[in-house]
Design a protein around this ligand. Structure first.
Ligand code: DQA
Length: 138
């Protein structure tokens, strides 16, 4: 059975509440439940943190054991050399996901410190991006 961890970074605990016109009105926990039903043959886990170091700790903790990580690092994508290095350090494939099309938004969102160490990047498909990333990993 494939093991995949979804990691959401800062402010993504507020999905369904925050900036609905950009991120939609569904909360992530209910979306995650629908993913678990859709992929009964995948061991899916979910982790969210607003703290950069906790995201790095989690990547280290699972990144030598599991098949893949689906990572939406939120705004840390555009700032964090350290999360980029953590991705490079581990063995698991990491797919970078963004709900919104970051290239259609402010210029500071066009830079990712993570992308070059990821297997691929998905953005602009809403929450469906997480499912597409799972498809890519399995
Ligand atoms: C985001 C895009 C980031 O620029 C932003 O800071 C987020 C969410 C997305 O999923 O579209 O928090 O990663």
């Amino acid at each position: 059975m494939k093991k995949i961890l979804i990691i959401n970074g800062p402010n993504l605990n507020l999905l369904g509440v925050r900036e609905k016109s950009i991120y939609g009105d569904q909360d992530f926990v209910s979306y995650f439940e629908s993913l678990k039903i859709k992929y009964p043959d995948v061991e899916l886990e979910y982790f969210q943190s607003n703290v950069e170091g906790f995201i790095i700790d989690k990547i280290h903790a699972v990144g030598f054991d599991i098949d893949g990580i689906v990572l939406n690092a939120g705004a840390y994508t555009h700032t964090s050399v350290a999360i980029g290095d953590a991705i490079a350090a581990v063995k698991s494939s990491v797919i970078e996901v963004h709900i919104s099309n970051v290239y259609a938004r402010e210029e500071f969102r066009h830079k990712s410190y993570l992308a070059k160490n990821c297997k691929g990047v998905l953005c602009g498909f809403g929450l469906d991006g997480y499912r597409l990333a799972i498809e890519a990993l399995i």
